[in-house]
Design a protein around this ligand. Sequence first.
Ligand code: TNX
Length: 482
Amino acid sequence: MIPKPFSDVTTGGDFAIPETIRLEFQDARKAEEELYRGYLNSYARDLSAQYGIESPDGMMWVRMLLNSETAHHPEGYVMIIESGDIRINASTLQGLKSGFQSLLQLVFLAFWQHHGRLQERRIVDKPRFAWRGLHLDVSRHWFGASFIRQYLEWMEALKLNRFHWHLADDQGWRLESERFPLLHQKGAWRKEADGTVYGGFYRKDEIRELVAYAASMGIEVIPEIDIPGHAQAILAAYPGLACFPQDFECLNVWGISTHILCAGKDETISFLEDLLSEVAELFPGPYIHLGGDEAPKDHWKSCPHCQKRIREQGLKDEEELQSWLLKKMSSHLRGLGKQVIGWDEILDGNIDSEPIVMVWRGDGKDAVAKAEAGGNAYILCPNSTLYFDWKQHYATDAFGSHGVSTLEHVYSFDPMSVTGASPHLLLGAQANVWTEYMPDPARVKALLFPRAYALAELLWTPQEERDEADFLARLKALEGYL
Ligand code: TNX
């Protein structure tokens, strides 16, 4: 199984998965009960047909029980497979769902590796880290709702529980807005070099449905609205928010735009507050990511509005102006019950300890030291290992962006190796999937796998239980699973 459970002891016996699987949720969650039973039965039937293994007559029970005595971890579960039946106990619904995902892998492995037989075993499982994230950039390339559903299903299968959705960048804005409709009417579309128009955005009803779907799988969705840089699509819709307005278009090349939001104009502040209120209403989770990366200050340096703001607020320089903007937005969002996350550039100014820092540059050590010194909680996604837009292989024909991070690199990453004196501030880690070089779902899938398996295991399994050779063997056994 991947991720390998906290503890998994086989007891020697095994039995064939019979034709009928009964499943009950013992606290009478009828809707879930039906869903899980139907899914498990048709899954087992499909596998037995696919591998030509006939299931014997008869039935087995899967009993899923919410039980406060199984309180070793809120996301944990205990699964006992013995005497032809299966019991999954957990103290929360989330724990039961994790157990069910493990069972699906065991059923897959039974048909594909063990002639349709399940081994008797006792699993006690729980995650190593609370934040087990995966990111997707839908601005550089556009991915519609059906692919997002698929992406969430992959995450669920690997026990990943935070979906970081990069919804806005220089190359396109992807969210319907009632308050500022030009964002999706204009900011969602770019003119490519060959004259064709490329883009798309999610309607609010699609967002609500996807967020609810994620929640049903125990996945929290974190929307990212990148400000003040990586915001040229916003300027394409509302050019007045730039220091020096002009006829902006969404960028149709990759890289970093020098056109960023003006932090000196009051108009920008009220625009962002209104926009973020609208975003906060759409995403019920506790976090909103405000980016903050790669914001060149060229225009701020010569902008009379920005310079006036710096003087009036007694700020040292343009970096402090960015921190001022972040503080303003985080206090607005705090009023709406949300906590702000930002890329590690937010540590270059002077922030307080409230924002969570997403550490991405290099090996992450510099940013971690700063975050710990400031008392900021942080999440690790160092680009040197966890950027899944990077190539997976050294081969000259390997595709992806400039760097290389192989499966082995990812697997050997231990988040604790980057921490300093305050490891309790580490929430977990995530991989980022920037899509400059992934024009379609097939390319995303090709770069995501198999590295996503390694990610799942480094986030879930205790470090002392991890072994590369053993992982590679389990990975091979799961070939074709996702
Ligand atoms: C840096 S990571 C970026 C992204 C790019 C990525 C490409 C970060 C916070 N900003 O805008 O897509 O590199 O690897």
